[in-house]
Design a protein around this ligand. Sequence first.
Ligand code: DX5
Ligand code: ZN
Length: 242
Amino acid sequence: MDTARIRVAPSLLSADFADLAAQIEQVEDAGVNLLHVDVMDGHFVPNITFGPMMVDVIRRLARSELDVHLMISEPARYLENFVRAGSDYITFHVEAVGEAGPLLRAARALGARPGIALNPATGLKDLDGVLEASDLVVMMTVNPGFGGQRFLTEVVPKIRALYELRAEMGWEFEIEVDGGVNVETAEVAAWAGGDILVAGAAVFKAEDPRQAVRDIAAAGLKGVAKREDNAAFPLAPPGQSC
Ligand code: DX5
Ligand code: ZN
């Protein structure tokens, strides 16, 4: 869903792959124009999903842009294949590379919007010199590897710090919050600074995925409004579950 301020990007990881075309159509019906595609290699994370061939299939089934999240070791080896398969945004993890800058620039030269992802335990310091070259910063609010995990509230202050740094520096990358986003946690994710909210289980395991997309977007908009009113943290403080 694309409201003025918040985009919900459903994560296909939780979709029914036996009926992928219908699943995509359903969320696009609700206004979605960005799909999150999780690539896992069984090495950087303990789970395996799929490669460029599947991105190409999704590309042909969807009208939406594709937000491809590489949770793989050595992303440099595969970057071009994933871009050629149809990635609009291509994101790799800062933890997976020695130096992110050259790879971000390579992704841009291939015609994609480059993104950098950060695990919950990785500090913003690791993005020094990297943010300038990124169009997207993916803040993980679960440890990557699986859908359906609990949102880690302790990441919220880091998202907020990134949001403030972006404003201070006049940068224009988008901030994406990925992991455990649902109708309860979308508000704080947006309040903290998320422009794009990824939601897998909360959309595709819902009884009505269309309604779930709308509800998550509405909760996100509430979070944006609270931030603009200078309201305090709208959920439980860090360390408590939400
Ligand atoms: C986690 C993936 C996420 C995941 C989100 O490793 O990067 O994109 O699919 O799924 P939920 O919303 O179910 O936490
Ligand atoms: Zn993801």
